[in-house]
Design a binder for this molecule. Structure first.
Ligand code: DGL
Length: 281
């Protein structure tokens, strides 16, 4: 694999003592996983991170499974062999749905965390039992998602919307398209509110969508709960690292950013979307 730019200076391989000091790899088709990285850095402020944005091959959500599987393997291999990560967070619902089982087979001893749309927390939260799920077409047509939905079918009604084009518009920072698509997909989900039958809980089933939560909020009103997976993923990562005795304590929450698209786009996205933990020097 040949990522277009790799910031080796910031990665500084080999500076840490032992596996616990190695970075945690975080990967998404593009910038959406930055919403997960933010939660990881808050929960694990003494770790360091390498974030890979596969922008040159995104969006994944409207591509074939074969494409997503191939890219996921290549990026995972790059993060493991070139960046020396000690754990991998697949911060992409689409890649998780298509390929997490294959990664688990390929790297059986690697602490590996995937994402799935937060339907279970949404069921626990919803009073009206009507829940909207916004995600990519790849996620909502996956077998993994269908099994998850069916396992909860007797506990809530799910209005599921495949949001074609939205992740791409977020990647391009195309405000006009973001506004149009958020309105279209919120409307397609149904009527939001706290009244019986209305949607009172919205699952952000793609890691790009928390980045446009304010735009979506314009169409749902303030009473609707938005649920994403960042904090749950951070907790799971912490559990796996602790179980493997791999928790780091010298990383200071630092993060390096690499990818397969234009460096300037990634730099701009990082400046706009990443949150520095309070104790990050
Ligand atoms: N951010 C990704 C997800 O969580 C996918 C966006 C895309 O590339 O379509 O599904």
């Amino acid at each position: 694999m040949n990522p277009l730019h790799v910031d080796t200076q910031k990665i500084r391989l080999g500076e840490s003592s032992g596996r616990a000091g190695a970075p945690i790899g975080v990967f998404d088709s593009g910038i959406g996983g930055l919403s997960v990285l933010n939660a990881l850095r808050v929960a694990l402020p003494r770790e360091r991170f390498v974030y890979f944005a596969d922008t040159g091959h995104a969006p994944y959500g409207e591509r074939t499974d074969a494409h997503v599987i191939e890219r996921t393997h290549l990026v995972a291999e790059h993060l493991l062999t070139t960046c020396g990560v000690k754990a991998l967070v697949v911060a992409c619902n689409t890649a998780t749905a298509a390929a997490i089982h294959l990664l688990r087979e390929a790297y059986p001893s690697l602490p590996l965390v995937g994402l799935e749309p937060a339907l279970k927390p949404a069921v626990a939260r919803s009073a009206t039992r009507h829940i909207a799920v916004l995600a990519t077409r790849g996620t909502v047509t996956s077998r993994k998602f269908e099994m998850l939905r069916q396992s909860l079918a007797d506990r809530a009604r799910f209005s599921v919307v495949a949001c074609d084009g939205l992740a791409g518009a977020i990647e391009r920072a195309d405000s006009a398209a973001i506004a149009t698509l958020c309105a279209r997909y919120a409307h397609a989900a149904g009527t939001f509110g706290a009244l019986p039958g209305h949607i009172d809980t919205l699952v952000l089933g793609c890691t790009h969508y928390p980045l446009v939560a304010a735009e979506l909020r314009r169409h749902t009103g303030n009473d609707v709960a938005f649920i994403d997976t960042g904090e749950a993923v951070a907790r799971q990562t912490q559990r796996l690292l602790a179980a493997a005795s791999l928790l780091g304590d010298t990383g200071m929450g630092a993060a390096s950013f690499i990818g397969s698209g234009p460096a300037s786009t990634l730099e701009h996205a990082v400046a706009r979307w990443t949150v520095q933990p309070a104790n990050f020097a």
